[in-house]
Design a protein around this ligand. Structure first.
Ligand code: CU
Length: 460
């Protein structure tokens, strides 16, 4: 890159950064006072740096997986956590003196319950974030809702965080701008477009935006349409993210294979891991068949446990012959996603179709979801059995980009085999909600909610 181009690039980056910084400073002068604007829904998000997440299952899958990936533990797992307004704690400045970089001023909208607390800091890392892990939550609102969003950056965070919400238009609504540790900000927007949209942390005025996404700071906002001709029976959220990790000398008690963000691999576009909802081969117990075909018999990827406290490869359960809606989100940071159901087709209700959720593109086989986007797809599973959601960019499957869906007949007994020790018929027909009757839609939803809570599935 010549010096001239470099200088021009820096000037553009600087200008973009100034837009964000400027927004943070002048929003209070140009927006309606938050306290005076009625709203339909309110969400409080905590930007939180949780330490340590297993992103690669601890199995012997050498030869199938690229690199030394077994049991990878990621020390810098950052996320958003949905909390209650009551969970925001006011921290007196005497307990947390201003750091030199603060300059003694508070530029954010520092209010709790409508009261100003000048000079105060805020903490959101109480019990509400005890189970925090990446990615962030799926947020659901209705078309036309006026939505109030509060972002609190935990006072113990090391980095400055922010949020960029793709569901809306206009800088005063979309971007929070950088929020310092211990600060918070509230703003309001209206849900004017139905569909599923990515939200993510944009770092500090775009600085290290890529690191924050790699580390897990993303989720999706679903704007539910009104007056649909045919609503789905169940909705599911799955987020695919390419990750770039390298071994680190950093050690943490109880772990043996810590990896940290690899900037060089990121720049080169050489991801070594692909996660679905925060883990490689999440919801994918095995690949291959039970018999030995020479070199490649069955390979256990992430063994199934029915204990909700054990990180495992429990499949996502879905009903047969019902409309299921899948919000497939690709936060990137880099890779295009070739979204596909092995053994299934899909209808797509997406940004490239008129009015998003209104007119589907039917009988698609594979759908491109670019980095920085979320697509709404629909599938009817015509018969019971295993369907596999994948990226059809196959080297990303080898890195973890696949998950299993077990479709179950909710009106009868499922005749399914036992594979790799997993009794599929039992999983379909058990009484997961404990009401005395097994194999119903409620049982499937109870299984997903208890064992695969990050699917965030929702019965309509
Ligand atoms: Cu961040």
């Amino acid at each position: 890159m010549t010096r001239k181009i470099l200088a021009a690039s820096l000037a553009i980056l600087f200008t973009v950064s100034m837009v964000f910084v400027g927004f943070t400073n002048d929003v209070q002068g140009h927006s309606l006072p938050v306290e005076d604007t009625p709203y339909d829904k309110s969400f409080v998000l905590c930007a939180y740096e949780t330490m340590g997440q297993l992103i690669y299952p601890d199995n012997d899958i050498d030869g199938l997986i690229v690199g030394n990936a077994d049991g990878v533990f990621y020390p810098e797992s950052w996320t958003f956590v949905l909390i209650d307004e009551d969970d925001i704690q006011l921290v007196h400045p005497d307990n947390y003196p201003l750091s030199p970089g603060d300059g003694g001023e508070f530029r954010d909208h520092d209010t709790v319950n409508g009261q100003n607390h000048e000079g105060a800091h805020y903490n959101c890392a109480g019990e509400a974030v005890a189970d925090a892990s990446m990615p962030g939550p799926s947020i659901s609102v209705d078309y036309g809702d006026v939505v109030k969003v509060t972002l609190v950056s935990d006072i113990d965070n090391i980095h400055i965080h922010s949020i960029d919400q793709h569901a809306i238009n206009g800088n005063e609504h979309v971007n929070s701008g950088p929020i310092q540790q211990g600060h918070m900000k509230t703003w309001i927007w209206e849900a004017e477009d139905a569909g599923s949209f990515l939200y993510h942390c944009a770092g500090n005025g775009l600085m290290n935006l890529w690191t924050h996404i790699n580390n897990g700071m993303y989720g999706n906002i679903v704007v539910q349409p009104v007056g649909e001709n045919k609503a789905p029976t169940v909705e599911y959220n799955v987020m695919f993210s390419d990750m770039y990790t390298k071994n680190t000398t950093q050690t943490q008690a109880g772990t043996g294979n810590e990896h940290e963000f690899d900037l060089g691999a990121f720049v080169a576009g050489d991801n070594n891991i692909m996660v679905t909802n925060g883990q490689a081969f999440n919801y994918a117990p095995f690949i291959g068949a039970d018999w030995n075909d020479g070199d490649h018999s069955i390979v256990v990827l992430n063994p199934l446990s029915l204990d909700p406290l054990v990180v495992d490869g429990a499949p996502i359960l879905a009903p047969t012959n019902e409309l299921t809606r899948w919000y497939i989100t690709n936060p990137g940071p880099n890779n295009f996603l070739a979204w596909h159901f092995i053994a299934g087709q899909m209808d797509v209700r997406d940004g490239s179709t008129p009015k998003h959720l209104m007119t589907p593109v039917s009988n698609e086989e594979t759908w491109t979801v670019p980095p920085g986007s979320s697509s709404t797809t629909e599938t009817v599973f015509p018969s019971s059995g295993v369907y596999v959601g994948v990226t059809h960019k196959l080297n990303d499957i080898v890195k973890g980009g696949a998950f299993a869906v077990l479709a179950c007949d909710v009106n009868g007994v499922d005749n399914l085999p036992t594979v790799a020790g997993v009794d599929l018929a039992f999983v379909c027909d058990a009484d997961w909600d404990g009401d005395g009757t097994g194999g119903t839609l409620d049982d499937l939803n109870a299984f997903n909610a208890g064992i695969n809570p990050k699917v965030n599935n929702k019965e309509i």
